[in-house]
Design a protein around this ligand. Structure first.
Ligand code: NAP
Length: 290
């Protein structure tokens, strides 16, 4: 039976790790805080005392942690997975990291005789338990072929953008555009409220009109109702993605990415006020009347 090491059991990683159990893999899990692993252990996962311990003997190591710093530590730290991976093992980075980080990790792990692919995902935490994520892959074609059995349990759509790093490029573009949409929606909803519009009508018009992207449809209802229950993407994570994306844009474009920078600024405020709250609560920051 193939062995998968799953590292990072947050809102996303927990459901993804469970999918490997459902698919019959031998699964070892590690998370910085063990409590999040308890039910997976009860379902048959093996607890590992470190990322290195999890990676021991694994055919594929999948990570789903917060950011570059967390990723570096679980792969390359003193107890990192890379210290104990078997030759040729497959490293699958599902975390949303910066483009440069994905390139650096690929270079480092390849140098140690492993294969690294970037595979950030789209989809909310509620899509993880049913394996309905979209996987945005950067990998050589042969590496992707090898990885497919390990991607099938977690995603029902695989978009292969090209060589390693390209999945992350697309993910950052996608999330920067999402940041812009949500930040501008918050301002629009706040303006409508202060101008005394019928907010039921505003929500319906936003959700069905020309600007009704999936982000606008989802967040307009939540913002108008100030109801942020359910699956969540935090202000901190959105800020991190927008910041990584703007850094990438600055390396690609002659002119500064003005709209992207405005989104980073909006999320800098949201992160300072409510780092671990749903990103849609941005409305509470911009809705103060003059
Ligand atoms: P989360 O619930 O905050 O989980 C973050 C995970 O990273 C936890 O397992 C956390 O460990 C771990 N972590 C953080 N800092 C660490 C460090 N320094 N060392 C080791 N582990 C560390 O976040 P999430 O929503 O699952 O997101 C995980 C990744 O998926 C992020 O890159 C995010 O951008 C991306 N993503 C999220 C969504 C979404 O809708 N939530 C959708 C697509 C992609 P602890 O449990 O110990 O804190």
């Amino acid at each position: 039976m193939a062995k998968v090491a799953f590292i990072g059991l947050g809102r996303m990683g927990h459901g993804m790790a469970g999918r490997y159990l459902d698919a019959g893999f031998d699964v070892a899990v590690w998370n910085r805080s063990k409590a999040k692993a308890e039910d997976l252990i009860a379902r048959g996962a093996g607890w590992a005392n470190s990322p290195a311990d999890a990676a021991d003997g694994a055919d594929a190591i999948v990570t789903m942690v917060a950011d570059d710093e967390a990723s570096r530590s679980v792969w390359l730290g003193a107890d990192g997975a890379a210290t104990r991976m078997k030759p040729g093992a497959l490293a699958i980075e599902c975390s949303t990291v910066s483009h440069q980080h994905a390139l650096d990790m690929a270079h480092d792990l390849r140098g140690r005789g492993f294969v690294y692919i970037d595979c950030p995902v789209t989809g909310l935490p509620e899509a993880t338990a049913s394996g309905k994520l979209t996987l945005l892959v950067g990998a050589d074609a042969a590496d992707l072929e090898r990885a497919k059995p390990y991607l099938a349990p977690i995603g029902n759509v695989v978009r292969h953008f090209g060589a390693v790093g390209t999945g992350t490029v697309f993910k950052l573009i996608n999330n920067l555009m999402g940041a812009v949409q949500i930040a501008s929606l918050a301002e629009g909803v706040a303006m409508a409220e202060q101008a005394g519009l019928d907010m039921k009508l505003v929500a319906e018009a936003l959700g069905t009109g020309a600007v009704a992207s999936p982000q606008v449809i989802r967040h307009s209802k939540r913002m108008v109702a100030r109801d942020f229950t359910g699956a969540s993407f935090t202000a901190s994570l959105r800020h991190k993605d927008a910041m990584y994306a703007v850094r990438l844009a600055e390396g690609l474009l002659a002119d500064a990415p003005l709209v992207g920078r405005a989104a980073v600024e909006a999320y800098t405020k949201a992160k300072a006020a409510m780092p671990d709250e749903d990103e849609g609560r941005m409305i509470e920051i911009v809705s103060r009347p003059k």
